[in-house]
Design a protein around this ligand. Structure first.
Ligand code: NAD
Length: 337
């Protein structure tokens, strides 16, 4: 029998440490014999008038066509007259949910060893609608927009995710006691969706209480779904619980089933080109991409090889207290495959 044809996926190596950690992903995928064929796209050096950004139209088309992709960090170029790269991706691909799995890495000691939660952030509206203005001197206004459509869409994604990933509980995070209309509508939409998933326990937690509970005992949570600003803050809080930027993956979900995985961290200009970066966050992001494609067997194998390498402690990058280079750490992971 012939081998199944490879699945095309878009790869943006990105800026700074991006190409180094993207290379690590390519090598690990090769060692694990993952049936993915990368279509590489780079950030351009001039503005593409069709996207008003340094990202070309062709690169966006590649994601639309493949429906899956992996993105390295992109440094925001300075200057006027163009859209930020991340904003362009979010708007053009309608990336409405940002999903961040957050679990304790066995073998890398932090304050907690039982974190296993998922934050799901609404990514298109809320306080990030970009509607700010001055009313009169000394008074400014920022408009928070919550729509039924976007709230239902992210709630639906959260419950579907819970159901398909063996999760038991969804917590909606809010401040509806103060933001009665906006967060009130968000909660109403979550409740409506919850009714369709009787097998999933649904609860509502006020954001301030949620922060206290997360810091005291993160094991209290399973899947958390929330509006944009709360998601921005809570997901970073959760990253801090398990060891920081070098380790935390994420995946952006867009209209029509698009999944664009990315590390949470930036381009790390201070260590770029020095073979020092920790590729774990991008590798684990690539693992979320494989799970999205239901290549769970490959995802498990790669995840185990990463965790085993970190737990053994012989090869660790500097951010985890070791002295290994990116390439040696990557080789060690490939060795475990
Ligand atoms: P950063 O995440 O790049 O760096 C913060 C610190 O964490 C630095 O000390 C860096 O060395 C370290 N670090 C980050 N990732 C690491 C890794 N994988 N291994 C080891 N150490 C790592 O944040 P920044 O310095 O604020 O941003 C730099 C650039 O990245 C900016 O242009 C910013 O706009 C961009 N950025 C892009 C994204 C994205 O593409 N999603 C996200 C954040 C920042």
């Amino acid at each position: 029998s012939s081998a199944p044809s490879p699945i095309p996926a878009t790869l943006f190596p990105g800026d700074g440490i991006g190409p180094e950690i993207a290379e690590a992903v390519k090598q690990v995928f090769q060692a694990a014999e993952v049936p993915i064929e990368w279509e590489e796209h780079y950030v351009g050096d001039r503005i593409d008038p069709r996207t008003q950004s340094f990202l070309t139209w062709e690169s966006l088309e590649s994601v639309r066509r493949n429906k899956v992709g992996l993105k390295g960090p992109m440094a925001t170029p300075i200057g006027k007259g163009h859209r930020s790269l991340n904003l362009t991706l979010r708007k053009e691909l309608n990336l409405y949910a940002n999903v961040r799995p957050c679990y304790s890495l066995p073998g890398y000691k932090t304050r907690y060893d039982d974190v296993d939660l998922i934050t799901i952030r609404e990514n298109t509206e809320g306080e990030y609608s970009g509607l700010e203005h001055q009313v009169v001197r000394g008074v400014v206004e920022s408009i928070k927009i919550i729509t039924r459509q976007a709230s239902l869409r992210v709630a639906e994604y959260a419950f579907h995710y819970a159901k398909t990933h063996g999760r038991e509980r969804v917590s909606a995070i809010h401040k509806a006691n103060i933001m009665q209309k906006t967060d009130g509508l968000f909660l109403k939409c979550c409740r409506e969706v919850a009714e369709k998933y009787p097998e999933i326990t649904y609860e509502e937690v006020v954001i301030d209480n949620c922060c206290m509970m997360l810091v005291k005992n993160p094991a209290l949570f399973d899947v958390l779904v929330m509006p944009n600003l709360y998601g921005d803050i809570i997901s970073d809080l959760c990253a801090g619980l398990i060891g920081g930027l070098g380790l935390t993956p994420s995946c952006n979900i867009g209209e029509g089933g698009i999944a664009l995985a990315e590390a949470v961290h930036g381009s790390a200009p201070d260590i770029a080109g020095k073979n020092l970066a920790n590729p774990t966050a991008l590798l684990l992001s690539a693992v979320t991409m494989l799970r999205h494609l239901e290549l769970n067997h490959k995802a498990d194998r790669i995840q185990n090889a990463i965790l085993t390498t970190i737990a053994e402690g012989k090869y660790r990058t500097a951010d985890l207290g070791g002295s290994s280079s990116t390439t040696d750490f990557t080789k060690a992971i490939c060795g475990h495959l």
